[in-house]
Design a protein around this ligand. Structure first.
Ligand code: BGC
Length: 767
């Protein structure tokens, strides 16, 4: 008896000491999960917000301004991993109490701009710089990239996203993830999925066909997740066909994990306690309930106790989180410097911003500027208050923004003094007015300033003294609010007035007018065509914007960006406007557009995606709708000739090649887009779809390069709802090599000998 007691004590002691020694590492994750108490597991799936739930940590204690962290459980050697926004650069607090040191991050071009480069290498390089700042500021996972589709130009977060096309969205997102993760830190591909409007964003259901869901809204995620293996995925606020994204087992387990083989963890978008059903989220496969609260912690414990959540599901979530925790720099004790090389990254930001610029018009070679003189009439409030990025979690706390005034000066231009004094004063006044209205603007990213009226006298004086005019039109948007059709997509009265007066005065004096679009996304440009000699779209180009624009205006760099969305003539040329919660209070003149009476934005609880797969160019091009600029459009200072198109069948699809020659006088890069038209007889299809793209290196005049495009049979497939399968029909496919969707420069054909099909789960049905 005595012996047994001693043995038992020894066993217990050994057991405790063994457990006491059990510390998490890459190989013992399952064992650690087994050793965790229920309370510890609940902590793990709740995580720590930047304020709530401080009992288990507080992400701002690790990195001020971070968005959340995973929990720390010292007993088992589980260290926290810190999560911070966002897509255009790391977002943390730039200043900390008790120190003069600053913690600024580099503001890179917004997502839409990055995609306009059509250059995955460039995007990967930007990702590397962002990833390095993530690493050196002690953050483990960046809450980016955002890659939802531009379904309608008014979505307030389109600026964080890439395109109306899922193929380029997926490829750009994959490049971004590869770049960031090459630094040993993680990403969070977001917002999964069908997050295409900000109106009533936490209570809005995206209602769409399974085909549109699969082919368009999930496709980009499928590409980036399979190709780049992001450490985490963030679900969306919205529901999909009645299922909340973060509570949808069909989305997170059936599709994401079982079909696509995703192995990281899933976190939800910042859904505070009470918004969603905690146990359902874990059951669905949404592992981390960011930002986490005591209430959700108690709900997890209660759900396990009353059997509504199985401990296996909870264990799986904990295990998936730990698998990422062990990869995190903080777990490995990485000694971050808090001093990333911001100067080097600013150079990357400038170079990227330059290559993202899309030249829309250039009458009579107005640009590059050489020969236009040195005295500039600089108009538009945004010229003096250039917009680097959007607002909300996609904003970056940067040390500075180079505006166009700075850019022109550093290139040796003289900006009209009176104009510069007038606008500088207006900038100060407008900012003061904004802060008076809402003090938050004193320290948070703010939106663009509204255009101000300018006197005829100032315009006339400038037209007589200056050599040419530059006008900047600004638009910034952000999280939580959709754009408006009137006075946002469409130009405002003040803007139109300024444009027309400046244009008339300068043209009368035989001088040129250049318009810079410092905008977050597609905006009305049609009225500009008759007024401007050159139109340059630089998007929201990040902190080096003014320099990047001047690099292009001066001719130091040749623009090579192209649009990743179509620009309709008016907002009411979209096929989504009647199913998008735009502001319904526009001028009666808009009455020619049939708009069914709508509830106020706050009462919008669902959006019908009635257009199905006909989004963006899939609609405009198929239906021959006249646009201001088509998908893929962008000019260069040089010209390119396409020759020798070839298409050869491979074991699984085809390889196509085209030779591009620089036939102009200056060096330049060309983006080539590969569109495919499917044979008749299969499913109903758009006139053509983007299936590949490529960009040449910098070609000197006379130099050529042959670009190669590999397309497999799966990439050609469409989704057949009736059979729940992807199908590539047999028959002859037409292949187009194009400078933009309306400018085909070469073609070929590919014959798919046998039809192919890929069966998937019949899930997320429209109700
Ligand atoms: C946004 C996310 C962001 C998160 C953390 C949410 O409101 O939708 O995109 O990553 O906040 O800041």
């Amino acid at each position: 008896m005595k012996k047994t007691l001693i043995a038992l004590c020894l066993f217990c002691f050994a057991g405790t000491s063994l457990n006491a020694q059990l510390k998490l590492n890459e190989k013992n994750i399952k064992e650690v999960v087994k050793a965790m108490t229920l309370e510890e597991k609940a902590k793990m799936v709740i995580g720590c917000s930047s304020s709530a739930f401080t009992g288990y940590g507080n992400s701002t204690l690790y990195v001020p301004g971070s968005a959340a962290s995973t929990a720390m459980i010292e007993r088992l050697g589980i260290l926290p991993s810190v999560l911070a926004d966002g897509p255009a650069g790391l977002r943390i607090s730039p200043r900390r109490e008790g120190t003069e040191q600053t913690y600024f991050c580099t503001a890179f071009p917004i997502g839409t701009a990055l995609a306009s480069s059509w250059n995955t290498e460039l995007v990967e390089n930007v990702g590397k710089s962002i990833g390095n700042e993530v690493l050196e500021y002690g953050v483990d996972v960046l809450l980016a990239p955002g890659q939802n589709l531009h379904r309608d130009p008014l979505c307030g977060r389109n600026f964080e996203y890439y395109s109306e096309d899922p193929y380029i969205s997926g490829k750009i997102a994959a490049a971004y993830v590869r770049g960031v993760q090459s630094q040993g830190v993680g990403t969070s591909v977001k917002h999964f999925a069908v997050n295409n409007a900000e109106t009533n964003r936490k209570d809005n259901d995206s209602r769409l066909s399974q085909r549109a869901l699969r082919e368009l809204y999930l496709k980009g995620f499928e590409i980036s997740i399979k190709e780049s293996k992001p450490w985490t995925v963030m679900t969306a606020y919205n529901a999909i066909n009645g299922q909340q994204s973060m509570e949808s087992r069909e989305l997170l387990t059936d599709i994401l994990r079982n079909e696509w083989g995703y192995e990281g963890y899933v976190m939800c978008d910042w859904a505070y306690a009470g918004l969603r059903n905690t146990q359902k989220e874990i059951w669905a496969g949404n592992d981390l309930l960011t930002p986490g609260s005591d209430q959700q912690y108690n709900e997890v414990l209660e759900a396990i106790k009353n059997g509504s959540l199985s401990e296996t599901d909870l264990n799986n979530s904990v295990e998936r989180i730990l698998r990422i925790v062990v990869k995190s720099p903080r777990f490995h004790g990485y000694k971050y410097s808090d001093k990333p090389d911001l100067q080097a990254h600013a150079k990357v930001a400038r170079q990227a911003a330059t290559e993202c610029i899309v030249l829309l018009e250039n009458k009579d070679n107005t640009l590059p500027l050489s020969g236009n003189g040195k005295n500039v009439g600089l108009f538009g409030i945004s010229s003096y208050d250039f917009i680097a990025g959007g607002t909300g979690s996609g904003s970056v706390n940067k040390a500075y923004t180079i505006n166009l005034l700075d850019g022109l000066k550093s290139y040796g231009y003289n900006v009209n003094n009176k104009l510069s004094e007038f606008y500088t004063e207006q900038v100060t006044k407008s900012i003061e007015a904004l802060i008076a209205k809402n003090p938050i603007y004193a320290y948070l990213g703010r939106t663009s300033l509204s255009e101000v009226s300018i006197s005829d006298k100032l315009i006339e004086e400038s037209a007589s003294q200056d050599d040419f005019a530059v006008i900047t039109l600004g638009r910034s948007n952000g999280e939580g609010l959709d754009r408006h059709a009137f006075d946002d997509y469409l130009l405002t009265g003040i803007e139109k007035n300024m444009l027309s007066k400046v244009s008339t005065a300068f043209h009368k004096a035989g001088k040129k007018v250049i318009v810079i679009l410092n905008i977050s996304g597609a905006t009305e440009v049609e009225p500009l065509k008759g007024l401007a000699d050159a139109i340059v779209c630089c998007w929201l180009p990040g902190q080096e914007g003014g320099n990047a624009v001047m690099d292009v205006l001066s001719g130091k760099e040749n623009p090579s960006g192209k649009l990743t969305m179509s620009i309709p003539i008016t907002y009411f040329d979209t096929n989504t406007y009647d199913n998008f919660p735009y502001d319904y209070t526009g001028p009666a003149a808009m009455g020619k557009y049939a708009v069914t009476p709508k509830p106020e934005r706050k009462n919008v609880h669902y959006i019908n995606y009635d257009e199905g797969i006909y989004v963006g160019y899939r609609y405009y091009h198929t239906k021959n709708v006249k646009l201001s600029y088509p998908f893929g459009y962008g000019l260069s200072y040089t010209s390119f000739q396409y020759s020798n198109p070839t298409v050869k069948a491979t074991k699984d699809g085809f390889t196509a090649t085209i030779t591009v020659k620089n036939t102009g006088k200056v060096a330049g890069k060309e983006v080539v887009q590969l569109y495919v038209t499917a044979p008749d007889g299969g499913l109903d299809k758009p006139a053509c779809e983007l299936k590949s793209f490529g960009k040449t290196k910098l070609l000197q005049p006379g130099q050529s390069e042959t670009l190669t495009f590999n397309v497999d049979a799966y990439t050609l497939a469409s989704f057949n709802e009736a059979a729940s399968q992807w199908e590539t029909a047999a028959g002859d496919y037409k292949i187009y090599f194009a400078a933009n969707i309306e400018d085909v420069r070469g073609s070929g054909a590919y014959t798919q000998k046998k039809a192919q099909a890929w069966k998937v789960n019949n899930v997320l049905k429209k109700q």
